[in-house]
Write a protein that binds this ligand. Sequence first.
Ligand code: NIG
Ligand code: FE
Length: 408
Amino acid sequence: MKKVLVSNIGMLATPKGSAAKCGKSQGEIEILRDAWVLIEDGMIAKVGTGKCECAEGAEVIDAGGKLVTPGLVDAHTHLIFGGWRQNELGLKLHGATYLEIQNAGGGIQSTTNATRSATEEELRDKAAKALDEMMGFGTTTVEAKSGYGLATEHELKALQVIKDLDEQHPMDVVATFMGAHLVPAEYKNDRAEYIRLVCEEMMPAVKEQGIAKFCDVFCEADTFTMEESRKILEAGLKYGLRPKIHADEIEAIGGSVLAGEIGAISSEHLIVCPPEGIASMAKGGVIACLLPATSFNLGAVFAPARDMVNAGVPVAMATDFNPGSCPCLNMQFVINLGCLKYKLTPEEVLTAVTLNGAAAIDMADKVGSVEVGKQGDLVIWESPDLDYICYRVGSNLAKTVIKKGVIV
Ligand code: NIG
Ligand code: FE
């Protein structure tokens, strides 16, 4: 058995449990001082304070009196894409909006063109580099969506790349099928046919290959309507894909209401989420997965996170890493924005980027907290306490990242 002792932890900060936390309990975390964590064969075997009497034969990782938290969970990324879209920055600086660029054939469509012409190997190498970078910032589990293929062959190609990365890279990578990211140019005049293709050709193939856990749809003005989104998510359910939804990112057209009605595991973005959307999510037990770095990049307002906490909706936070609305993969920036823009407390933010993120991708029994029986995924921070990593902006404070008991 391989034993690893993470010793000399000045502050161990972690939420607890195997389900999402909401309301007051979102901010109730455990803080231990002078702590240690024993990891056996990649799993947390014991957590304690003071002297550890059970570490015989263990490899010791000295935390140097610093802060230790669970590895961060990035529960929303569009990891698999060809090219970048830095050209859109200038267009935006000249006043073009995200939807104007999309409607003119830029945006998701231009990344789709680049992704279709990339080989599986090119996509894998590029995404692996992004995963390396994410780990360097403290992320140990990510969700990754397809959605830049928008044709059966290319959606399956992206999902295959995600599966390979999950197997080959130390990161845990959880797959979401997002064939309904945009109606591609070739179906512009027959959107019903594209939706049929998503539901009747792509979904059965995804199920047969067993390469996705969730189904997501971009429910947005000029993209997929609320009724189209309902149809797509209901079809996904038939194929065992649990619903997720991009809702209220730019315009509120009913996505968050639908999330509650359909019992989605999570609803994402929610930048302009109306009160009836919050009420529907609370009723339907939906996790709000908020993406503050996207608001930052779009120059948009920030989601009403406090209203969600007050309404008993569990709040998770993730990057939304993608080449358009959020070319940022750094969860530490998300942590900063959670405090500075959502006005969540450091304790609420920690829960959002660990346990609640894990719950949003159905991984809360395995990751998201430092507790016996969970994976040995930890970050040792160049920081004395939790407040410090929330308040320092722009530095990388992840000192040592440990995945399943191994320094990565
Ligand atoms: O979450 N909103 C839809 N999808 C991404 C953006 C995709 C893109 O711009 O390429 C998002 O913001
Ligand atoms: Fe997204």
